[in-house]
Ligand binder design. Structure first.
Ligand SMILES: NC(=O)c1ccc[n+]([C@@H]2O[C@H](COP(=O)([O-])OP(=O)(O)OC[C@H]3O[C@@H](n4cnc5c(N)ncnc54)[C@H](O)[C@@H]3O)[C@@H](O)[C@H]2O)c1
Length: 344
């Protein structure tokens, strides 16, 4: 019989430490996200559907629970608990806020609580950068990128693309908020590897003049519906998942990160499934493309719709934890677990 494990100490990792652990590590994080997707595809994970908590008195808000477990070398269980309150933006604070709890593999004890809006944005940007690379391999490498929706996630995606070797001749920007478009353009002007930045009033102009299009809006239902805008067959990173009408999905090659996760919650692929009654429009998963199981056509747009899996947050969170642990900088809360003797 194995020895009973000790109760692990409980640490709190604030945002400044998370940011410090991840800054400048774009290549490592993209590799980590890639290996996590491979573990997930190989079945070495548990990743049930996300739970959406919604409120009748605050219809635009939600808090999502993403429980997950990952094997391999990461070997950790846990939960991301992430709020989206879009009205925060007008009040001058970010829309999303989050914590990540890591649970010990052997005892189940929670051993860390991490600020997780940065982890969530980081893993999302890393998966977008991974997809940009893998899904563009059979075609001319995109040199004109367009961002539709220019909040925090768009900024992180640009940082991750730049940090993994991408450069662009043209960067197009479109947002329904002129302030957001101006703020993002200002950020782009300060980065060292920026091409020519153009703000487009009309999303059609931006899409037609981009060979890679990133959607990072907060649209709850499709607002782009004309397949002709995609006649030049761009690569589309559909990170916000609900921007495209099903007609565009049906005219494209579609790659998702996880089929069951993506075909839920009124995402554009979910709407396409409801319209057609089937899943034939799906070309495969990102892992299918990475492992050579499917090939992507070049005579159609390629749309990547990633639901974003809890296992990715766990992998990036554990990476941050290990950095802090090995540098001796963990803020441990002494005696967090107190009632430890069964009979007192
Ligand atoms: N797939 C994933 O794993 C994943 C992970 C994290 C975030 N996301 C999604 O990414 C999106 C962006 O997140 P964020 O934190 O950057 O949000 P944010 O609120 O900071 O920015 C969103 C921007 O989109 C703009 N916008 C809204 N509707 C638009 C429209 N129809 N056309 C153009 N612009 C529009 C807003 O004005 C705002 O500037 C959210 O939908 C979020 O749920 C997805």
């Amino acid at each position: 019989m194995s020895q009973p494990s000790a109760v692990p100490p409980f640490a709190v990792i604030p945002g400044a430490q998370v940011q410090h652990a991840l800054k400048g590590r774009e290549k490592q994080i993209v590799e980590l996200v890639e290996s996590t997707y491979r573990l997930h595809a190989a079945g070495d994970s548990v990743n049930p559907p996300s739970y959406f908590l919604r409120f009748p008195d605050r219809p635009t808000a939600r808090i999502i629970a993403l429980p997950a477990s990952i094997g391999g070398q990461v070997r950790v269980d846990g939960l991301k608990w992430i709020s989206s309150f879009p009205t925060n933006v007008a009040a001058g604070i970010p829309r999303a806020s989050a914590v990540l709890i890591l649970n010990d593999h052997d005892t189940g004890y929670p051993f860390a609580c991490l600020e997780s809006s940065i982890i969530s944005a980081t893993r999302t940007a890393a998966m977008a950068a991974l997809a940009a690379d893998r899904l563009s391999r059979g075609r001319q490498r995109p040199a004109r990128i367009g961002f539709i929706g220019t909040g925090l996630i768009a900024r992180y995606i640009h940082t991750f693309l730049a940090g993994t070797g991408w450069s662009f001749d043209e960067i197009g920007v479109h947002d329904v908020s002129a302030d957001s478009a101006a703020g993002f353009s200002g950020y782009l002007q300060q980065t060292p590897v920026t091409g020519r930045v153009t703000v487009h009033e009309d999303p059609q102009d931006l899409i037609r003049s981009s060979d890679m299009v990133v959607f990072a809006t907060i649209a709850a239902e499709p607002h782009v519906s004309d397949p002709a805008w995609f006649d030049h067959h761009p690569l589309v990173l559909h990170v916000s998942l609900r921007d495209l009408a099903p007609e565009i999905i049906l005219a494209s090659a579609n790659v998702v990160d996880d089929v069951e996760h993506c075909l839920k919650a009124d995402t554009s692929p979910h709407l396409a499934e409801q319209l057609t009654g089937g899943r034939d429009f799906l070309t495969g998963t990102l892992d299918d493309v990475m492992s050579g199981k499917v090939e992507l056509p070049t005579d159609r747009p390629v749309v990547f719709s990633p639901f974003g899996l809890g296992v990715l947050d766990l992998a990036v969170g554990k990476y941050v934890y290990d950095q802090m642990d090995s540098s001796g900088e963990l803020h441990v809360i002494d005696d967090f677990f107190h009632e430890l003797r069964r009979y007192g």
